[in-house]
Design a protein around this ligand. Structure first.
Ligand code: TRP
Length: 329
């Protein structure tokens, strides 16, 4: 990595195999950013414990599957540090120190806390601290920008407040980072809702072309288009939504659906071919990586070694600012 470029950091929970929504919403953007920034990408296994602490059996597999997708998508370990949060223990120390200086109400009013504590019944001490651990992830590397989706902006705002409070209490150690939002297409799932692993409506990058075809075949289309000749409404159809991402110029599809010339089965078939063609290189690369687990494990190890160098330096600074270092007393 090149020390002169601005530092950015993003994090992703190890949910296992990633889907098209993850790809279009995050991965693809990170691949572009890796040339312009010093980028840290952190697979946040500790964060995933705030909700999935009772089922950790597949944790390591979920981490590796995430790493396969990162590398298959074109993230280059020579250009960015890809690492697992729990491999760099400094995240935990910084989180602990922040937990001493941040008033609990700051955390209780974060929107995701209110929402999820009610809907998912999450009530652990660690869950309340979720955004504080995220602030530690970001500030440990003194990141200036954080590429994330809009939903994460309250967490970035909290991170700025944490940095400000630390800097005021002790001395200026941390920058106040900004979110880095990018435009990306909405990716509908096979049931028309937003694509999400938890809705079970996703298409994985790792799915075979056959499974992709099967999932697309079962997709819900315009409910008013029952027979092939019926005029359709592409604007409300999630198959058309995916065509707009994967089929280039879609004006022909739009017109033929609207006039009734194009039936849903043919339309899905065309989407299947286009989507499978566009994912073929990524899937090919993923297969190679699956056959070279030692390379992927080593990439994560080297990513952590690199991240740790920065993390260790920041923690030395933090401890010294807080007078936690015994110099010649
Ligand atoms: N909360 C983020 C999410 O759910 C994941 C995350 C953890 C993160 N630490 C981060 C994102 C640091 C950006 C920076 O998507």
């Amino acid at each position: 990595m090149d020390g002169k470029k601005p530092v950015i950091l993003s994090g992703i929970q190890p949910t296992g195999q990633l889907h098209l929504g993850n790809y279009e919403g995050a991965l693809r953007n990170w691949v572009d950013l890796q040339d312009k920034y010093n980028m840290y990408l952190c697979v946040v296994d500790w964060h995933s414990l705030t909700s999935d602490f009772n089922d950790t059996g597949a944790m390591q597999d979920r981490i590796i599957q995430t790493a396969f997708d990162f590398l298959a998508a074109g993230l280059d370990p020579k250009k960015c540090s890809i690492f697992v949060q729990s491999d760099v223990k400094e995240h935990a120390e910084l989180h602990l120190l922040f937990s001493m200086i941040i008033p609990t109400p700051w955390l209780e009013r974060v929107p995701s806390y209110k929402e999820k504590s009610e809907t998912l019944g999450l009530d652990s001490y660690g869950f309340l601290g979720y955004p504080l651990l995220q602030a530690a992830d970001i500030l440990l590397y003194k990141a200036e920008f954080v590429p994330v989706g809009k939903d994460q902006l309250p967490h970035i705002e909290l991170t700025r407040e944490v940095a400000r409070r630390f800097n005021n209490l002790y001395r200026t150690v941390f920058p106040e980072p900004d979110g880095l939002l990018s435009k990306f297409p909405a990716i509908p799932g096979t049931d028309g809702r937003k694509m999400s692993k938890s809705y079970n409506n996703d298409i994985k990058l790792a799915d075979t072309p056959e499974l992709t075809a099967k999932k697309l075949k079962g997709m819900i289309t315009d409910p008013q288009k029952v027979y092939k000749g019926d005029p359709g409404h592409p604007d409300i159809c999630s198959v058309y939504g995916l065509h707009q991402v994967y089929s280039g110029d879609t004006s022909g599809i739009f017109n033929d659906c609207t006039s009734g010339a194009l039936g849903c089965a043919d339309c899905k078939k065309r989407l299947t071919d286009n989507l499978n063609d566009s994912l073929a290189p990524l899937r090919g690369k993923r297969k190679e990586l699956e056959n070279d687990l030692p390379y992927v494990l080593n990439t994560l190890k080297e990513g952590a070694d690199q991240a740790r160098q920065t993390a260790v330096a920041t923690m030395a600074d933090v401890r010294s600012a807080m007078n936690l270092v015994r110099n010649n007393v």
